[in-house]
Design a protein around this ligand. Structure first.
Ligand code: SAM
Length: 279
């Protein structure tokens, strides 16, 4: 039997077709098979670069079963590339199950660096990049969405979300409701494309901008939320979540006292934090 093959994780452009590395093109041309999220979509990219490698579909709905078939092929010596519709596979895209199964089966997984909307947005948004938190897409259901957003009340790092054009205005409204209208945001839109736009401002200003022209809500978005600059707290996130929850129904003094007792913390620290959060 031939040697075990390798699985290559290959990023593809997020808009501008030229944003693909020489190594990615060589690998896509040389592998035996390309697993793609949407084979018809990826065919256009391959035709553009005159790559004739056969495509097979691997998407959210067939990944766990398809992974088994691909691992058998890899074990028989085939080299396979994984691509998604755009950007880096596995980053809010399929591939996690295939990669974990490959690792468990001792198949080498070789990642290629390349286009990714998170890092493309972050490096030009003008927000701190020394630490950042990536949250992918927010939940669609209101309660779950507000819960995720409330975790950012005391987050000091920049947080990055992917958002659909249909939901972006509502999401900014939700941010205003949970984090306040003065939290600084950046809307990074249509990255690497003709109408690439960065709009920065307070959440209130971003909402006004989105509503000012229907074109402002069209296209693909990365939404960046600046960290909370006011709160430099050593209080653990679970305690802050409890404090925030209790503050909705109880006076701050009482909410701080219950949280302090539950987490063995100082009442006055929580009271102060509650004041900052209210602010
Ligand atoms: N794996 C991809 C990556 O590496 O960026 C992301 C895939 S995710 C399904 C698609 C989301 O990424 C879009 O809804 C949008 O939020 C963001 N995105 C992708 N391309 C973008 C672009 N050119 N400009 C802004 N956001 C983009």
């Amino acid at each position: 039997m031939s040697e075990v093959g390798k699985l290559y994780i290959v990023p593809t452009p997020i808009g501008n077709l030229a944003d693909i590395t020489q190594r990615a093109l060589t690998i896509l041309a040389d592998v035996d098979l390309i697993a793609a999220e949407d084979t018809r979509h990826s065919l256009k990219l391959l035709q553009h670069y005159d790559i004739q490698t056969r495509l097979i579909s691997l998407h959210d709905h067939n990944e766990s079963q398809r992974a088994g078939e691909l691992i058998s092929r890899l074990q028989q010596g085939a080299n396979i590339a994984l691509i998604s519709d755009a950007g880096t596979p596995l980053i809010s895209d399929p591939g996690y199950s295939l990669v974990t199964q490959c690792r468990a089966a001792q198949v080498d997984v070789i990642p290629l660096p390349g286009a990714c909307a998170v890092t493309t947005a972050l490096c030009a948004a003008g927000l701190p990049t020394d630490r950042f938190r990536f949250e992918g897409f927010l939940p669609v259901k209101m309660q779950a969405k507000h819960h995720v957003l409330s975790n950012l009340l005391i987050e000091t790092a920049t947080t990055v979300f992917y958002e659909s054009p249909r939901r972006v205005a509502q999401t900014v409204q939700d941010i205003i409701a949970v984090l306040g209208g003065d939290r600084e945001l950046v809307l990074a839109k249509e990255l690497t494309k003709t109408f690439e736009t960065f709009y920065s401002g307070s959440a209130d200003e971003c909402y006004t901008w989105l509503m000012a022209d229907p074109n402002h809500q069209r296209g693909e978005f990365v939404l960046l939320v600046a960290g909370n600059k006011k709160t430099q707290s050593d209080v653990p996130p679970e305690a802050i979540n409890l404090l925030v929850l209790l503050m909705k129904d109880l006076p701050l003094k009482k909410a701080a006292a219950i949280t302090a007792e539950h987490y063995s913390l100082k009442k006055n620290v929580l009271y102060q934090l509650g004041l900052e959060l209210n602010d």
